[in-house]
Design a protein around this ligand. Structure first.
Ligand SMILES: Nc1ncnc2c1ncn2[C@@H]1O[C@H](COP(=O)(O)OP(=O)(O)O)[C@@H](O)[C@H]1O
Ligand SMILES: [Mg+2]
Length: 698
C-alpha cells in the first residue's frame, strides 16, 4: 500500500489544494481540523433531533453491582489523578455558591455602612480577600481540569478498550454464534467504544451540576430574602435566559464528518480490533490460537502511539470547541439591560443605588448559570440512564461463559513428536447451536498415526463439520472423540491448536497486511520475514505477492484508519477522495485461487516439528488442475509421519493415495476403506468415482 506523502503542516497541503485550479475544499463547504495524528473533515447539515431511551427502576437496581465494579476499574485506571480530578471538579462546582455567599456578606456590610455610618474593617478585608481568591481559584481549577482531562480520558479508555477486545477474543465459536450473545454484542457495539471515559465524565458532570445548582440556589434564595429586589430579579432572570438561548452552539454536532489518519499504527490497531470483533474472523482466530497474539500486538501498537489518541472518538471529542460560533456578544448586550434600568432608577432615588446595584450583580452572576444547570441536570439524567445500561452490557459481555470448556492435560502426551496423531470418532452426533436436527449421526471411524484420510461426499453432508469437531471448534453433542486414545475434552485447548494446522473451506483473509496474514499462521513467529517468505513459496503465493505494488505489506482492507459519520457522510467521503485529501480505496482484490494460496501459505508457517495433525478442508477447491496437482505433491513431500485429514468433493489425485477414505452421506459414514477396496466394493464411492472419471473419458 503506498503511503501518502504529507508536508509536516497539514494546513499547507490543504492550502495547496485550495490554490489549485480545480475545485477546492472550500467549494465543497468542507472544513478541516488537525488533531495530533488525525484529520477531521466536516460539513454542516441541517439539524436532526436526538433520540432518547427510557430505562426501568429494576434495571437500575440490577446494574448496581456492575456499577460498583466499574467504579473500581475506573479508580484503578485513573488512580491519584482521578481522585484529584473529581475533587477539583467538585470544588469548581462549589466556588460560585461560595462567592455569592460572600457577595451577600458584602452587601450586608454596605447596608450597614449606609445605615450606621461605620465599617468593620477586619471583616471587610476578609470578605474582599475571599472574593479576590474565588476567580483565581476558579481559574486554577479550570486549567487543571483542561490540562488533565485528555490524560485521564486516554488512560481510562485505553483500559476499557483492552477489556473489550479481550471480551470478544475469548469467546468460543458456539458461544459467539449463539443468537442471544450475537444480539447482545450487536446492541452495544457502538456505545462501548469510548464508554470508559464518557460514562465517568457524564456522571461526574451531572453530580457537579447538582452540587453547584443546589448550593447556588440556597445561597441566592437567602440573599433575595434579605434584600427586597423583586422587579429587578425578574428583569434580570428574563434577560439572562434570553442570553442563554443565544449562546454559541457547536456546529459540528450536526455535521457529516470523515476522520482520517495516515498513521500506520492506527491501521494496525483497527485491523487487529476487527479481527477480534468481526464475526467473519472468529474461526481463524480461535483455531489459529491468535487471541494472545492479537492482544499483544494491539497493546504494542497502542504503546507506540504514545499519548496520541488511538480512538476516533477521543480525537474527535477534543476538537469539539474548534468552531464555536461567536454570536455570544448579542447575549452579552442583553445581560446589560438590568444595569441600564438600575442606572435610570438611581437618578430618581440615589440612596437605594448601592444595595440594588450589588444585588443585581449577584443575580447576574447566577441567573444564566442556574438556567443552564437546571436544563442540563434534566437532560443529563437521561444520558446517565443510558450509561447505566452501557455499563451493564459491558460487564455482561465480559462475563458471558464459554461453552467449550478448557481441558487440563498437556498435549501431546508421551508422544513421539515426529509421529502423527491418531483420531477416533465413537458414535459421534452433532447438532449446530440453534439447528432443528442433527447434522452428524452416529459417526464412527478410526485414523491411525501418520495416515492420510480423505473425507468425501456431496455438498452439505457434514465433511467440514467433522473437521471442525476434530479441532474442537465445537463439541459433539453425543458420543466421544479420541485423540491418541484419550477424550479430546481432557486436553488443553491451546495445546491442541498448537499441534494442529487447519485450513478451512471458508478461509478468511484477516484485515492486516498479506505478510502478517501468512505470519499469523504461527503467532510465535508472526513477524519472522524469512519464515513468511518460505511459507508463501510453499503455498504457491510468492509469485503473485511479489507482483503487488506493496508486496507483502499490501493491506486489502479499506478504511481501517478512517471513520465516516453523519447521514451524508459517504458523499463527503467521496468529495474528499476526489480532492485528494483522503486516500482512495484500494482497487480490486485477489482471485479465489490467490486467496486459497494465501490460506495454504498460512498453514505452512508453523514449524513442522510442532504439528502432529494437518486438517485441510477442500484445500484445492479454487485451484486450477495444475496447481492442485503441485499442491498435493508438495504436501506428500512435507508430510513425514504426520496424520493428514482432507475433505473433498472431488476424486482423483488425493483419494488414490489415501490410507482411509470416508464416504459421508446423510450425516454419517456409509463406506470406509482404500480407493482399491471401495472400487472393488462397487457401491456409492465406486459409482461417484465412475461418474467423475467418465467425464474425462468421453
Ligand atoms: N454454523 C452452522 N450452523 C448451522 N448449521 C450449519 C452450520 N454450518 C453448517 N451447517 C449445516 O450442517 C450441514 C453440514 O455442513 P458441512 O459440514 O459444511 O457440509 P460439507 O462440508 O459436507 O459441505 C449442512 O446442512 C449445513 O447447512
Ligand atoms: Mg465443507
Amino acid at each position: 500500500m503506498s503511503k501518502r506523502t504529507r508536508p509536516s503542516n497539514h494546513h499547507d497541503e490543504l492550502r495547496d489544494v485550495i490554490d489549485a485550479p480545480q475545485k477546492t475544499a472550500a467549494d465543497y463547504n468542507i472544513k478541516h481540523i488537525r488533531n495530533d495524528i488525525w484529520d477531521f473533515f466536516y460539513r454542516k447539515r441541517s439539524h436532526r433531533p436526538q433520540k432518547t431511551t427510557g430505562i426501568s427502576k429494576t434495571e437500575i437496581v440490577q446494574t448496581l453491582p456492575f456499577l460498583q465494579r466499574y467504579v473500581h476499574e475506573i479508580v484503578d485506571a485513573g488512580r491519584g489523578l482521578l481522585v484529584m480530578y473529581t475533587l477539583v471538579s467538585f470544588a469548581l462546582a462549589l466556588i460560585p455558591a461560595f462567592s455569592i455567599h460572600f457577595s451577600g456578606e458584602l452587601l450586608n456590610m454596605v447596608k450597614m455602612v449606609i445605615e450606621k455610618r461605620e465599617v468593620d474593617k477586619e471583616k471587610l478585608i476578609y470578605i474582599v480577600g475571599v472574593q479576590a481568591i474565588c476567580p483565581v481559584a476558579t481559574n486554577l481549577c479550570n486549567s487543571f481540569t483542561s490540562r488533565y482531562e485528555p490524560v485521564l480520558r486516554r488512560r481510562i479508555n485505553k483500559n476499557f478498550d483492552e477489556h473489550l477486545l479481550q471480551a470478544r477474543l475469548r469467546l468460543d465459536l458456539p458461544t459467539y454464534e449463539d443468537p442471544v450473545v450475537q444480539a447482545r454484542l450487536e446492541a452495544c457495539s457502538d456505545r462501548l467504544g469510548a464508554m470508559g471515559w464518557n460514562v465517568f465524565n457524564d456522571i461526574l458532570e451531572w453530580f457537579s451540576r447538582i452540587l453547584s445548582f443546589t448550593s447556588q440556589v440556597s445561597v441566592v434564595a437567602k440573599l433575595l430574602h434579605d434584600q427586597q429586589s423583586g422587579f429587578l430579579a425578574i428583569l434580570s432572570i428574563v434577560c439572562h435566559i434570553s442570553a442563554f438561548l443565544l449562546r454559541p452552539g457547536y456546529p459540528r454536532w450536526n455535521s457529516d464528518w470523515v476522520v482520517f489518519s495516515d498513521n500506520s499504527d492506527i491501521e494496525k490497531i483497527n485491523g487487529l480490533r476487527k479481527c477480534a470483533v468481526a464475526t467473519d474472523y472468529r474461526k481463524e482466530v480461535i483455531a489459529g490460537n491468535l487471541q494472545e497474539y492479537i492482544q499483544n500486538e494491539h497493546r504494542q501498537a497502542r504503546e507506540s502511539l504514545g499519548d496520541a489518541p488511538a480512538l476516533v472518538q477521543d480525537a474527535q471529542w477534543e476538537t469539539r470547541f474548534a468552531e464555536a460560533s461567536n454570536l455570544g456578544f448579542l447575549g452579552g448586550l442583553l445581560e446589560r439591560i438590568p444595569e441600564v434600568y438600575l442606572a435610570v432608577r438611581a437618578i430618581h432615588t440615589p440612596t437605594l443605588f448601592a444595595t440594588s446595584f450589588a444585588s443585581l450583580k449577584i443575580l447576574q452572576e447566577n441567573a444564566t448559570s442556574l438556567a443552564r444547570k437546571s436544563s442540563k441536570i434534566l437532560t443529563g439524567s437521561r444520558s446517565i440512564l443510558t450509561h447505566i445500561r452501557t455499563i451493564r452490557d459491558f460487564y455482561e459481555i465480559i462475563n458471558i461463559p464459554n461453552q467449550i470448556v478448557d481441558g487440563t492435560e498437556a498435549y501431546p502426551v508421551d508422544h513421539d513428536k515426529d509421529l502423527g496423531t491418531s483420531v477416533e470418532f465413537k458414535d459421534v452426533c452433532f447438532r449446530y447451536p440453534g439447528a432443528k436436527e442433527d447434522c452428524l449421526r452416529k459417526v464412527s471411524f478410526k485414523i491411525k498415526p501418520g495416515q492420510i484420510c480423505v473425507i468425501v461426499g456431496a455438498n452439505g453432508e457434514g465433511k467440514s463439520t467433522i473437521i471442525k469437531l476434530i479441532n474442537r471448534l465445537y463439541d459433539c453433542t453425543e458420543g466421544q472423540i479420541l485423540l491418541d486414545g484419550k477424550d479430546i475434552r481432557s486436553f488443553k485447548l491451546a495445546d491442541l491448536r498448537k499441534s494442529m494446522s487447519v485450513l478451512y473451506q471458508d478461509y478468511r483473509h484477516l484485515p492486516v497486511s498479506i505478510g502478517k496474514n501468512i505470519g499469523m499462521g504461527d503467532p510465535d513467529n508472526a513477524d519472522n520475514e524469512m519464515k513468511i517468505h518460505e511459507a508463501a513459496s510453499l503455498g504457491g503465493a510468492s509469485d503473485f505477492i511479489k507482483k503487488l505494488p506493496s508486496g507483502f505489506q499490501t493491506v486489502m482492507e479499506n478504511r481501517l484508519n478512517m471513520s465516516v459519520g453523519g447521514r451524508k457522510g459517504e458523499s463527503l467521503y467521496e468529495d474528499l477522495v476526489q480532492l485528494g485529501l483522503v486516500k482512495a480505496p484500494a482497487k480490486g482484490g485477489l482471485s479465489g485461487g490467490q486467496l486459497q494460496r494465501l490460506a495454504l501459505s498460512r498453514t505452512f508457517m508453523r514449524s513442522r516439528d510442532e504439528i502432529t495433525l494437518c486438517l485441510y478442508d477442500e484445500p484445492s477447491a479454487a485451484l486450477d488442475p495444475q496447481a492442485e496437482y503441485d499442491l498435493f505433491q508438495r504436501l506428500r513431500l512435507l508430510k513425514g509421519q504426520k496424520t493428514m485429514v482432507f475433505s473433498s468433493h472431488r476424486f482423483g489425485h488425493l483419494t488414490k493415495h489415501a490410507d482411509v477414505i470416508l464416504y459421508v452421506k446423510g450425516g454419517t459414514v456409509c463406506e470406509a476403506g482404500t480407493h482399491a477396496e471401495l472400487l472393488a466394493k462397487g457401491e456409492l464411492y465406486a459409482q461417484l468415482y465412475n461418474v467423475q472419471a467418465q467425464a474425462f473419458q468421453e
